[in-house]
Each structure stands twice: as structure tokens, then as C-alpha cells.
Design a protein around this ligand. Structure first.
Ligand SMILES: *Cc1c(COP(=O)(O)O)cnc(C)c1O
Length: 824
């Protein structure tokens, strides 16, 4: 147990808060920034940070979940408390909530003289951190940042976890703009500094490479030891580098660890180096370049700590791949499976459980969990904590695998079953029932849970569309930051969220508290309701045959002419309630919508009975992305507001007005009105922003090579003998065709794909389920991954190749291509 305890009073002093506290001696054990992450709500302190959203908005939710302690900067909560709300809560009022969190971390760090390693660089930080953890966990009780918690917020949260029991800390720090590193340096206060690969990533916020590097090195200014490669510190004299002791490694120049030889052997790399005048060697069990470099950095770290070359080698050989992301896949028997069998400790378990709770599509939540290994903790204490966590996160079912968790079976008060080993589970699998559940699979490496994953996930054909849910949230935030205060957001999730998914996406948007969802057809709305979506949903084409479903599932129809209005009124004739609808106005698209001359009839129908309430009125811009149409856009806007005013006067009440789509938000701030409708921008493309700068690609379409063929000169390839390699060469057949949405127009070299970073053209025509690529001169094999599009080869590039728009590229991807969702 830690001897340092923080009472709410003590914390209040440390962060210089003006407290409004009902229980001064209450002990705080956890800091939280997310109203969902609650292991121990009574002893948690919630920081109302303005990250993606203003954290103050989550206070009611956090309070409802049992949290009673809050650090805030908005005073109205104190007034609410005086008025009787939050009577038993403790509020600590500060000017800047983030700064308060950081001050608390700085204070905690100074309580211990534990060695602290800090890792920074552009690439590889998380891998190096996780690998050092793997390499050193046998000798130290290590606290480390969970996943890539390397920000101004993640770092203080990680440093708070440092207690007296720990004998080593490993934290990573990332910065996206200058001047941030000073704050992180004070919080981490490292004794050992490790610089990873310094590349181009995140270069935008900096004026030059050197400025970026100097900024990163600020992290280490008080460090005792500095581990680095001179290749990344060029231009800075050695005497200006941090650290009393420096340990360098290099592939090209003389260094403490000077690499002399690298040879790939199967999927490993054998490396030799000169160290203290002797030749030493090691085997890194990975084939890719980045892993080799990260492995060398870990090698250098072990040697600098005094491990013998033999010991270092035998440890490095056993490194495991680090799973960076959680994957959501389709499972057997209508289940969804979250696959996280890479890291198994309690903090990553909490994160994975949050992801589980973000997905509401199944009534039941099941966890398959192996024994966990947390150095320095008794099993009893560990499994008691896990049991509390499962209760907190409302898990319905536990399947425990391993002798230790099985021995603690009595701790768990939920539906549970236990197996002594992974093999035992697999042997009994035919008798274990899974149906309509979200299953989280979480196991320590040695349990090889990928064998369980194979049993419970559906076989995917090898073409998958990967959806990055963090990027989606980031893009939403990008547009949110452009909105004036109070402007609402309707998220367009029609056409399977532009091809990206259905409730999987909607659940994330619901969590981020967008105000409305919109779908094209009733069926799409019904599917969302069945997937656990409770927020308002607008249906843009409400066919009369579906009115019953609309009302049953509380969907809100778009009313676009008098005919559909009358039919809907008729349908509602024996209900009492005022049903919410959305009135579509035609201001120039000439597709659907009421025109000016229809307004008197519309008002008459609406006013003559009280069955309907106008929730919103809207119109649609026809060219918001294009400067050429800006005048017409302004015309549409003024026409719309004038018509909306007439309707408002005629009805005698107010409603939400909206006209802007994605490019409207980025290009026409005056068109925000009361709400905006964001579509393709969420998915990473905006026709109104050059190269969609500032947006992150959300979808990556991948396939694999099924066969390699060597083609002689003048032989033909594919249907109709259309493909030809005049000089002969090599083709790769890949598993994607026009039935997957890879348009036939991509044939004959028009379309290109990426293999190992190289752009290769199609050859011949595109077949239904396959196509052929010219890979002449490349070293490729069966099973190699092929990128159809990603951040580098974008949907905008593909659209340009075949003369269409990115919208069509996305929505064409057929439903048989499995979607896999990622979350970090
Ligand atoms: C699809 C759609 C949008 C979203 O357009 P984006 O350009 O993808 O942002 C907005 N409004 C309506 C009515 C739509 O049908």
C-alpha cells in the first residue's frame, strides 16, 4: 500500500482551489476525466477538462454514476449546489482544470525517488515503452502509461499512478506543438531519457526540424542518462545534448553501440554491433524496419543499464508484438467480438471495458479473461479489484481462463464459468453457448487467445474495411471547434454511415453527444434503434408503408411535400401526442422540399390540427464546397431564412433551422444557424478544404495477394485477353473485384494499389471477385497485404482516377466486405 494518501482537502491545497467541500477527509485514490471510467466512484476525482467536449457537460452523468468529487472552472455548479442539487458533492474550483491536473501530478512525482524513464520521438514511442516493459517486468515493479497516453492529459494521469510500491516508471511523452514539453518535463521529471525515431510525423506545428528536436529534448533537461542516435540529433553539438551520461547507438557512425551488420532471417533480424570494443549480437524477432530500430533502442537501453550482452540478447529474442488497437469484429451467433489479446493488465482492461460499453448493440456483455500478472500484487487483492471493476462496468458474464482466476472464482458475483487453460476452453467449446452478446477477449500473451478468437469470430474473406473510431471522433471535434456556441450537430449516418458501418458508428456519435442522427430510410433507423441508439433520429425518405415502424421506433420523418404531410397526418389521426417532424424546404436543389408558394397550404395543414410539431426546418446547399457557387449559396441561405421566418410566424413557435453540410461548416460560418448537418467530413474528406487538411482518414480498405504469376512476353491476362505485359513480368492476383465495390473503371492500369509502400497498377479488366496487379520487379509473396486506399492513397485519389467523387468510392464498398473497428 502506498503511504502517501491524498485527502480532498490536501488536493485542494496542492492545486490552489477554492473548495466547496462537504467531506474534507475523504480519500481520493483515482483521477478520472471520463464519466464512464469508474472503478471506484466514491474515491474518484473527476476533472472537468475541455478536451473533445467541455467536461463540465459530463458532470451530471458522472454524478449519476456515483462520482462526488469534481475539479471545475465553471461556477454555476456552486450555485446549483446552493440551490440543493449535488448536495453531497465536493467541488474544487480552479481557473484552469488542466493546469490543476498537471500540478497534482507534479506534486505526486516529487514524493518518490523512483527511477523514471521518459520516451519521446516522432515514431515508436508506445512500442519502445511496451517493449521495455516486457524486457524489464521480471526485475522491477513497473508503472507505465497505458497505451499511448502521451498527451498533456494522459501524462499527468499516468504519473498519478506512481506509488511507493513501484521500483521503475516508464512514461512516454508526445507533443504536437512547441512549448508543451516544459509542462511534461516538470510532470515526468525523468532520470533516463530515450529518444526514438525523429521523422516527419507531427511536424506541422513546428517551424523547423531543429526546433522540433530542441523542443523534444527539453523533456530530458534534468535527466541523468540520455539514450539516443546521433543520426537524429544532427546539428546539435554533443555538449548541448542532455544527460550527465550519454549512450549513443548508430547504424552509420561511431557510437557506444555501433551496429555493424543486419541480416534478415525468415521473419526475424539478426544484428551484430560493436560495444566496448567487442563484437556482440542479438536477434530481433521481427522483420520490418521500424521494429528493428525500436529493438535496437531497447537493446541500447538494456546495455546502458548494465545488463550483459548475453542477457540482453536472450530477453530481446522473446519480444512480443504490441497490439496498439482494439478490434471490433463480427462474431458467431450474432455476437460482436472485441479482440484485445495483446496486453493484459488492469489499466488496459479498464480501457477495453470502456470500449465494450461504448457498443450497445447486444443485450449481453461477456468478458473472456485469462490470469493477469501484475508484479508485486497478491492474487486475492487483484481479483477483488477486477470483480469490482466488472460490477462497475455492468458486465453480465465472465469466462475465466487459467488456474489463478479459477481459484478466485468465488470473488465474482455474476454469471461465470472457469477453465484451467486455453486448451481446456477449446476442448469444451462445443458445449459453451454464445448468442447475441458483445464479447471482450482479453488475455495475457502466454494464453494464446488468438486460438479462441479464431473460434468465435466469423471468417472474413480477406478484404476488410478498417474503421478508425478515434479518427472519426477527431474529425467530429475538428468541425465542432468551428461551430459557434450553442450550434447543434446532426450527424448523417445514411447509407451505412457512408459505408463505414451502422450502430458501431452511431454508438460513438451518441457517446460524443451529437444532437441528432439522420438516415435515408426507415429500415436504417430501425436498425439503429435495435443497436441501442436512443438519441433522436431523422428519416429523410419516410415511405408511407413504414409510418407504423417510424412511430413504433420513435423516428422523426422529414416532410417534404403536402402529399406526404397529409398521409402522415392521416396516419396519426387517432393518436393524442404531437409528433415531431422536420420540414424540408427547397431553396435551389430542386429535389425534395416545399417551395415558397406551398407555404400557405403547409401552414394551414399544420395549424388545423395539433398532431404534428415542427421540430426543425431545413434546406440543403448545392455547392457549398465551391467558390464558384458562393453567391448561390448566399442566395439559398437568405431564401431559406426568409421562408423559415414565415413558417415560424405562421406557427407561433420556434424550431431548429439548419442548412449547412460538411463544406458549409468549413466554408460558410454564417450558414450555421441553429444546427449543422455533418456527413462526409466525419469520414475524413471535405471538398471545401484543400487536401482535406486537418482531417484524419477514417477508413482503410485492405486486401491480400492470393497468387503470384510469372507472365511471358505477349501472354495475356484476364477476361477478353485485355491485359498484356509486353516485356513479360509478374502479376499478383488480389481478392477484390467489382462485386466488392472496386469499380470496373479501375482496370487497365487506371487503378493503383499499395504493396509494401510501392504503388502498383492493375492489369487487364477487373473481375467480379478479384483483379490482377502488375508487381514486376517487386519482392512480394502470397498473403502479403495490399492497400486499396488509406491515408497515403486516399479516396480522393481513387475518385480522381475514375472521374467520380469520394462519396461514391466509400458508399460503393459492398456489404460483403467485413468492417473491422478500431479504438485506441
Ligand atoms: C447527405 C446529406 C448531408 C451531408 O452532406 P455532406 O456533404 O456529406 O456533409 C447533409 N444534408 C442532407 C440533406 C444530406 O442528404
Amino acid at each position: 500500500m502506498s503511504t502517501v494518501t491524498y485527502t480532498i482537502r490536501r488536493i485542494s491545497e496542492i492545486i490552489h482551489a477554492r473548495p466547496s467541500v462537504t467531506n474534507e477527509s475523504l480519500i481520493i485514490s483515482r483521477l478520472v476525466i471520463d464519466s464512464r471510467s469508474m472503478i471506484d466512484p466514491e474515491n474518484s476525482l473527476f476533472f472537468a477538462l475541455s478536451a473533445k467536449r467541455d467536461g463540465h457537460e459530463y458532470i451530471p452523468d458522472a454524478y449519476a454514476h456515483g462520482i462526488r468529487n469534481f475539479v471545475i472552472s465553471r461556477t454555476e455548479f456552486l450555485a446549483d449546489q446552493k440551490a440543493g442539487d449535488y448536495a453531497d458533492a465536493n467541488f474544487l474550483l480552479v481557473d484552469d482544470v488542466l493546469k490543476a491536473l498537471q500540478e497534482l501530478a507534479v506534486f505526486n512525482r516529487r514524493q518518490y525517488d523512483t527511477p523514471v524513464m521518459a520516451i519521446t520521438g516522432s515514431n515508436g514511442k508506445t512500442i519502445v515503452k511496451e517493449w521495455l516493459y516486457q524486457l524489464l517486468a521480471a526485475d522491477f515493479n513497473i508503472v507505465r502509461s497505458p497505451r499511448s497516453f502521451n498527451s498533456q492529459i494522459g501524462v499527468p494521469l499516468s504519473v498519478w499512478d506512481l506509488t511507493e510500491e513501484h521500483t521503475l516508471a516508464i512514461f512516454e511523452a508526445g507533443i504536437s506543438k512547441g512549448e508543451e514539453m516544459d509542462a511534461l518535463a516538470a510532470i515526468i521529471y525523468p532520470t533516463v531519457g530515450i529518444l526514438t525515431n525523429v521523422g516527419e510525423a507531427h511536424a506541422e506545428g513546428f517551424s523547423s526540424q531543429k526546433e522540433k528536436l530542441l523542443e523534444k529534448l527539453k523533456l530530458f533537461k534534468e535527466a541523468d542518462v540520455f539514450i539516443y542516435s546521433p543520426e537524429y540529433t544532427q546539428g546539435i553539438p554533443k555538449k548541448d545534448l542532455p544527460g550527465n551520461t550519454k549512450f549513443s547507438w548508430s547504424l552509420t557512425e561511431s557510437a557506444d553501440l555501433q551496429i555493424s551488420f543486419i541480416e534478415p532471417i525468415d521473419d526475424k533480424n539478426y544484428i551484430r554491433a560493436i560495444f566496448k570494443g567487442e563484437e556482440i549480437e542479438c536477434l530481433i524477432p521481427f522483420s520490418d524496419r521500424a521494429s528493428v530500430e525500436n529493438g535496437i533502442i531497447c537493446w541500447a537501453t538494456l546495455l546502458s543499464m548494465g545488463y550483459s550482452p548475453e542477457d540482453a540478447d536472450s530477453r530481446l529474442e522473446k519480444l512480443n508484438r504490441v497490439g496498439m488497437r482494439l478490434e471490433l469484429k463480427h462474431g458467431i451467433n450474432q455476437c460482436s467480438v472485441i479482440d484485445d489479446s495483446y496486453s493484459a493488465d488492469i489499466s488496459s482492461l479498464a480501457i477495453a471495458l470502456d470500449f465494450l460499453n461504448l457498443q450497445n448493440q447486444h443485450p449481453k456483455k461477456t468478458l473472456i479473461l485469462s490470469d493477469l500478472y501484475e508484479t508485486g500484487r497478491k492474487d486475492e487483492e487483484l481479483y477483488t479489484e477486477i470483480a469490482a471493476l466488472l460490477k462497475q462496468k455492468q458486465i453480465n458474464r465472465l469466462i475465466g481462463v487459467g488456474p489463478n482466476i479459477s481459484a478466485s472464482a468465488s470473488q465474482f458475483k455474476l454469471e461465470s464459468s472457469f477453465y484451467s487453460s486455453t486448451q481446456d476452453f477449446i476442448d469444451q467449446f462445443p458445449a459453451i453457448h454464445f448468442n447475441d452478446e458483445t464479447i471482450l477477449l482479453k488475455g495475457a500473451r502466454r494464453f494464446e487467445f488468438e486460438r479462441i478468437s479464431k473460434l468465435i469470430t466469423q471468417k472474413t474473406h480477406d478484404t476488410v474495411l478498417e474503421i478508425d473510431l478515434n479518427a472519426l471522433s477527431g474529425n467530429l471535434q475538428f468541425y465542432r471547434s468551428k461551430l459557434k456556441p450553442g450550434v447543434k450537430i446532426m450527424a448523417m449516418v445514411k447509407a451505412f454511415s457512408y459505408g463505414s458501418g451502422s450502430f458501431e458508428i452511431a454508438n460513438v456519435l451518441q457517446y460524443h453527444k451529437v444532437d441528432y442522427l439522420a438516415v435515408a430510410f426507415t429500415d436504417e433507423g430501425v436498425a439503429l434503434r435495435k443497436g441501442g441508439i436512443t438519441m433522436p433520429i431523422m428519416v429523410m425518405s419516410p415511405e408511407p408503408s413504414a409510418f407504423e415502424a417510424i412511430v413504433r421506433y420513435k423516428l422523426e420523418p422529414e416532410i417534404y411535400n403536402t402529399d406526404i404531410l397529409n398521409k402522415f397526418l392521416n396516419f396519426l389521426s387517432d393518436t393524442e401526442q404531437q409528433y415531431p417532424v422536420h420540414i424540408k424546404i427547397d431553396t435551389g436543389m430542386h429535389r425534395l422540399g416545399f417551395e415558397e408558394i406551398d407555404i400557405p397550404d403547409l401552414l394551414m395543414a399544420l395549424n388545423s390540427n395539433q398532431k404534428i410539431r415542427v421540430q426543425s426546418s431545413f434546406s440543403h446547399l448545392v455547392g457549398s464546397e465551391d467558390i464558384m457557387h458562393d453567391e448561390f449559396t448566399r442566395h439559398q441561405l437568405s431564401r431559406f431564412t426568409a421562408m423559415a421566418d414565415t413558417i415560424r410566424e405562421g406557427l407561433g413557435y420556434d424550431f431548429i433551422r439548419h442548412i449547412s453540410n460538411t463544406s458549409g461548416i468549413s466554408r460558410h460560418p454564417d450558414a450555421q444557424l441553429d444546427m449543422v448537418r455533418i456527413g462526409i467530413g466525419m469520414y475524413g474528406y471535405d471538398g471545401g478544404i484543400a487536401q482535406s487538411k486537418g482531417l484524419q482518414p477514417v477508413a482503410i480498405l485492405k486486401t491480400t495477394i492470393t497468387q503470384i504469376k510469372h507472365i511471358k512476353p505477349n501472354e495475356t491476362i484476364g477476361y477478353g485477353r485485355k491485359g498484356i505485359l509486353p516485356e513479360g513480368g509478374t502479376t499478383a492476383t488480389v481478392k477484390i473485384g467489382y462485386a466488392d465495390g472496386y469499380d470496373r473503371r479501375f482496370g487497365h492500369g487506371v487503378g493503383k494499389m499499395l504493396i509494401k509502400g510501392a504503388l502498383v497498377p492493375t492489369v487487364g479488366v477487373i473481375c467480379m471477385d478479384m483483379c490482377m496487379l502488375d508487381v514486376t520487379g517487386l519482392d512480394v509473396q502470397n498473403g502479403d497485404e495490399v492497400i486499396v486506399f488509406n491515408g497515403q492513397l486516399s479516396i480522393a485519389d481513387l475518385a480522381q482516377q475514375i472521374g467520380t467523387i469520394p462519396y461514391e468510392i466509400l458508399t460503393n464498398i459492398s456489404q460483403r466486405v467485413k468492417r473491422v473497428y478500431f479504438y485506441e
